[in-house]
Design a protein around this ligand. Structure first.
Ligand code: UD1
Ligand code: BG6
Length: 371
């Protein structure tokens, strides 16, 4: 049921304040005396000790689910102190990459049925790793075959392009980081700020959704483009990849997510006055580095669309020379949840304006159950 919406993708983008609320329901605990703020992931509580003892955490997934894990990687590294590595499921299988008994392998999948992810799970089980699932689908193959896990509870997702599952996956992995770090007193303040940020996140998503019309206007400007680059770094490297993936898969426009630190190692050669470039430059520890990226793109007459925190327009775009998307600022590790929303809206409007099928993009399937 699409309700008042024209497409499932549109509905699913706009219901993110509610889906995120459901994802967190009963899992964030604020109040009590001694231990005031904490998270409770019922599916993991008996396994946290084993996870904390592991030598490495390996995230495994495909497509948007992989990008969600990439977005959560920095906070997991920070709060767990455990090395976190990333694997595209098919590539792990192609290489028969090393997975050890001392590893915690985390399988991220909306459907819980993706063939490559499922085969990678079988492979990790054979190699003796602790296997954790992060899935949206209760009773799915990945939920059944992992040792333990967390359901993201985002509600049924119908649009082939994943939107609300992405933001719920990030939130669950942020909660996973909080749960693993829960025995470390030095990070208490940081963890409490993140928990406060999580409580407020649905409101902030509601706020960023008000950019809908602005993104439609931007889509009108970009309708006939051949290509769109998206630059991000740090917490928002994943946002660049995911924004580009959305534009590519539904709007059928070539788009590439680029890690900004690699700009001079190739991408800069593409920059001219025609190619549109989105730069994600919201306020975090990488902000000044992104400011310098913007200056260098500007010096080469790049056609810039800069995403920044509210009030930072002048700081990212001196002289008003670029188009600016201002988004609400949240705790740095949760910012990817906010920043992806305007890019989801942009991809959606581009698709409608270009006349393509929103919910069932050409050649793609919601769940890829063959290899
Ligand atoms: C569970 C109930 C929820 C109830 C809550 C009350 C289910 C599916 N969930 O939620 O309805 O409101 O208790 O406390 O009945 N699991 C995996 N792999 C995965 C995902 C999950 O093995 O990929 C396992 C978990 O380890 C856990 C079980 O499935 O044993 C349920 O997980 P989850 O729904 O996340 O647990 P709760 O949030 O505690
Ligand atoms: C397909 C979908 O390619 O599978 C994507 O079209 C999705 O939206 C990817 O990200 C992975 O699916 P899942 O269910 O494992 O998260």
């Amino acid at each position: 049921n699409k309700g008042n919406y024209e497409h499932y993708m549109q509905k699913e983008i706009h219901e993110q304040p509610e889906s995120l609320t459901t994802t967190m329901r009963g899992r964030l605990i604020r109040g009590g005396s001694s231990k005031s703020k904490t998270v409770l992931l019922g599916g993991l509580k008996d396994h946290l000790k084993t996870i904390r003892r592991s030598r490495r955490i390996v995230f495994i997934g495909c497509g948007t689910s992989y990008n969600a894990a990439l977005a959560a990687r920095p906070i997991l590294e920070e709060l767990s102190g455990i090395p976190v590595t990333m694997e595209v499921a098919s590539d792990l299988l192609d290489r028969q990459g090393p997975i050890y008994r001392e590893d915690t392998a985390v399988f991220v999948s909306q459907s819980g049925e993706t063939a490559d992810t499922l085969h990678a799970l079988e492979y990790a089980l054979e190699n003796g790793a602790l296997c954790v699932g992060i899935t949206n689908t209760v009773g799915s193959a990945i939920a059944r075959n992992t040792h333990c896990g967390v359901h993201i509870n985002a509600g049924c997702e119908i649009g082939v392009a994943s939107t609300k599952a992405y933001t719920s996956q990030i939130v669950v992995m942020a909660m996973l980081a909080l749960a693993i770090g829960d025995d470390t007193s030095s990070s208490l303040g940081r963890r409490e700020s993140i928990i406060d940020g999580l409580f407020d996140l649905p409101n902030k998503v509601r706020e960023v959704l008000k950019l809908d019309q602005e993104m439609k206007d931007l889509a009108k400007l970009l309708i006939a483009e051949q290509s769109l680059l998206v630059f991000g770094r740090g917490y928002n490297y994943a946002t660049a990849l995911e924004g580009a993936l959305k534009v590519k898969e539904v709007a059928l426009m070539h788009s590439e997510g680029i890690i900004a630190g690699e700009m001079k190692h190739g991408p800069l050669a593409l920059v001219d006055e025609n190619l549109p470039i989105v730069v994600i430059a919201t306020h975090d520890a990488c902000f000044s580095k992104q400011q310098s990226v913007i200056q260098q793109l500007h010096a080469r007459k790049g056609r810039l669309i800069v995403m920044c925190s509210k009030g930072d327009s002048a700081a990212v775009c001196p002289g008003g020379s670029c188009r600016v998307i201002e988004v609400p600022q949240v705790e740095d590790c949760l910012q990817p949840v906010i920043n992806v929303v305007p890019l989801q809206l942009l991809a959606y409007h581009l698709t409608v304006l270009r006349g393509y099928n929103v919910d069932q993009p050409r050649n793609l399937a919601k769940s890829v159950t063959t290899q």
